[in-house]
Design a protein around this ligand. Structure first.
Ligand code: SAH
Ligand code: DHB
Ligand code: MG
Length: 222
């Protein structure tokens, strides 16, 4: 199997099952025009997040890592009209692009983009008693993933679902001797989750439009 075949199959799945509509295409175009990196989830991955959040009956979602709000729009569409999604973004210029994309998708009433370092925003959300959140998507700076998962447990409830992006990294995460900080902290996160008394988890490899990577899924236990 080659990268070319993965991409062709992703294009076929996406064409028939999860094509971008006007708001999503506009979000991609605006993100590109603003010079944001091309690292949002693929359309079929966005739809997977939406299906998982909807299956969860989610009313409150917390996303860490907004970029231009592409995954945010997919997730926001899983919510009822009185739902709430908070998405955390470090860079004000990304947040500005995301806010416009989210408003164009008609989700600005239920989605809040908060700027700042996510660790600060998470502490702030706790002090506001903003939880419990039913669904988490963790997709920001990888070195903080162990901290973000701990925060998700704290801001979640029994039954909450936590999804973490980019846990495969082209297979490099299998390499115990890797000196890449993202790989090392991903491994730390995975090993911490595996031992965590309040989490039941798995991880699956993904291939496709976004190359070779993986998702971790964890359910918060009682
Ligand atoms: N979830 C998005 C992609 C996010 S890319 C999508 O799929 O559409 C990762 C984002 O995390 C970037 O926008 C980056 O600026 C942001 N980020 C990096 N470090 C962060 C931090 N410490 N706190 C909050 N956001 C951070
Ligand atoms: C990068 C970040 C991501 O969240 C992703 O899905 C792909 C790449 C990156 O920082 O390069
Ligand atoms: Mg990612």
């Amino acid at each position: 199997m080659t990268d070319h075949q993965w991409k062709a199959l992703d294009a076929y799945f996406t064409e028939h099952l999860s094509p971008d509509d006007e708001a999503l295409s506009a979000a991609v175009a605006a993100s590109t025009a603003a010079g944001l990196p091309d690292i949002a989830v693929a359309p079929n991955q966005g739809k997977l997040l939406q299906l998982l959040a909807a299956g969860q009956g989610a009313r409150k979602i917390l996303e860490i890592g907004t970029l231009g709000g592409y995954s945010t729009i997919w997730l926001g569409r899983a919510l009822p009209t009185d739902g709430r999604l908070v998405t955390l973004e470090y860079k004000p210029e990304n947040a500005e692009v995301a806010r416009a994309n989210i408003a164009r998708a008609g989700l600005d009433k239920i989605v809040e983009v908060r700027t700042g370092a996510a660790l600060d925003s998470l502490a702030q959300l706790e002090s506001e008693n903003a939880g419990p959140f039913d669904f988490f998507f963790i997709d920001a700076d990888k070195v903080n993933n162990p901290n973000y998962v701990e925060w998700a447990v704290k801001l979640g409830r029994p039954g909450s679902l936590i999804v973490v992006d980019n846990v495969g990294r082209g297979g490099e995460v299998a390499d115990a001797s890797s000196e890449d900080d993202a790989v090392r902290s991903t491994r730390r996160m995975i090993e911490m989750v595996g031992k965590h008394p309040r989490l039941s988890a798995t991880a699956v490899q993904t291939v496709g439009a976004r190359g070779y990577d993986g998702f971790l899924l964890a359910r918060v236990l009682d």
